[in-house]
Design a protein around this ligand. Sequence first.
Ligand SMILES: [Zn+2]
Length: 238
Amino acid sequence: MEIHNITEDIVLRTVNDIFDAAEKEASADKPCTCFQCRLDTACYVLNRTSPRYVVSSRGVARAESETIERQQAEADVISLAYEGMQRIAKSKRPHFDHDSSLREKPAAEGPWFNIPTIIGRVFNGGNFEPMSEIEVSLLRGSSTAEMIDANWQNPYRLVANTAGTFSFWPKPEAAGGVGETRKFDFAVVARAPGFEELRHFFEIPVASEAVAALSFSMQRTFKLPDLYLFPPGEEEDD
Ligand SMILES: [Zn+2]
């Protein structure tokens, strides 16, 4: 049984639609539509909306049914998403390049395993506040996972205004043929002074594709469960 937040689905979908539409605009002052600005906007909206939880196996289809209440909620999400997009555009992250055209195209021919963007959040397990100013790393096996380009940091530094959200986009890996499936083993490691080190292990099954995916898509994301850091437990006596 898994608990699922429907608001999150609606917010991610709405933010992505609005940014996709903005990306096609010809106007000179259109906002930045890079992945990080999309994610920052999604956080902006999520911090201003109420979560709606369902048990994922049964609730999703039922909750998706149209109701007046839901239409109102979606309208609120849309106006918050526009507001968020404008604010984020005015306060771009200084360390981030915002330019995906700098992305290096893989030189070799495909096929490729396009590993999805990995998104998660880290909280203080003592007070449930999002963590900030700490480093989160992504390991592939026992070594630091290589990112798709220099815009993507690993380790990732959590900043204060993004609700404990971190993201990684691992580099595509060469595959033998199209339609091959492979499981990729990863671990997220979070360290903070005064807390026990957290290691979250997971695997992502990926089917190979003919071309490398080089532009970000919300459909190609892998969402981790929320992670919690705790102070070291009492030492047990021998
Ligand atoms: Zn941007």
